[in-house]
Write a new protein. Structure first.
Length: 183
């Protein structure tokens, strides 16, 4: 395989200090299977490009769709177990749930969707409690069983005093090109 000069520089840079990110390829994958009259099967997998409009739509629907299908709530909990793909609301040890800050704090922006919320020690009743994990939800009510936990992280490890504030920003890389910011 003949690497381009960019790929060689990138590999050298990563080996030197490991701080330069290599691009993540966003692609569509189609599996094709034909079953013939005699029972034989022909299979192939096709890799293709997700269009800029498609990437923008994925990013946009995560934060701009109507109803409760968008991710617009950050939940903070006490649970310290490792996150798993099967995590749900009950895995959080929920302490407080806050909607994203208004005025552009949830958006699609090039390669990311993001949301921001703040939690105040005394203001939100979490003074002296250790907050260990945070999650991204699509439902504002902590008593609902229909909400989806879209992302979970451990290691928050914060205990707030009365006058302390915690500012959380969740970013998820979706690969949007933000070309004309389609909806």
């Amino acid at each position: 395989m003949n690497l381009s000069i960019f790929e060689r520089v990138l590999k050298a840079w990563n080996a030197f200090n490991g701080t330069l990110e290599s691009p993540i390829q966003i692609e569509g994958i189609w599996d094709v299977e034909v079953v013939r009259w005699d029972g034989t099967r022909e299979r192939k997998t096709l890799h293709n490009t997700v269009t800029a409009a498609g990437l923008n739509r994925i990013a946009n629907r995560a934060v701009q769709a109507t109803g409760t299908s968008v991710f617009f709530v950050i939940c903070i909990g006490s649970n310290n177990t490792a996150p798993a793909l099967t995590d749900v609301q009950s895995n959080m040890g929920e302490m407080v749930r806050k909607s994203f800050i208004a005025t552009g704090a949830s958006a699609q922006s090039r390669e990311y969707i993001f949301g921001v919320c703040t939690v105040g020690g005394a203001a939100d009743g979490v003074t002296s409690l250790t907050m260990n994990c945070a999650g991204l939800f699509d439902f504002p009510n902590s008593h609902a069983t229909t909400g989806v936990l879209g992302n979970r992280v451990n290691g928050v490890a914060v205990t707030l005093g009365n006058s302390d504030f915690l500012n959380l920003t969740c970013r998820i890389r979706v690969g949007s090109h933000d070309v004309s910011h389609s909806t």
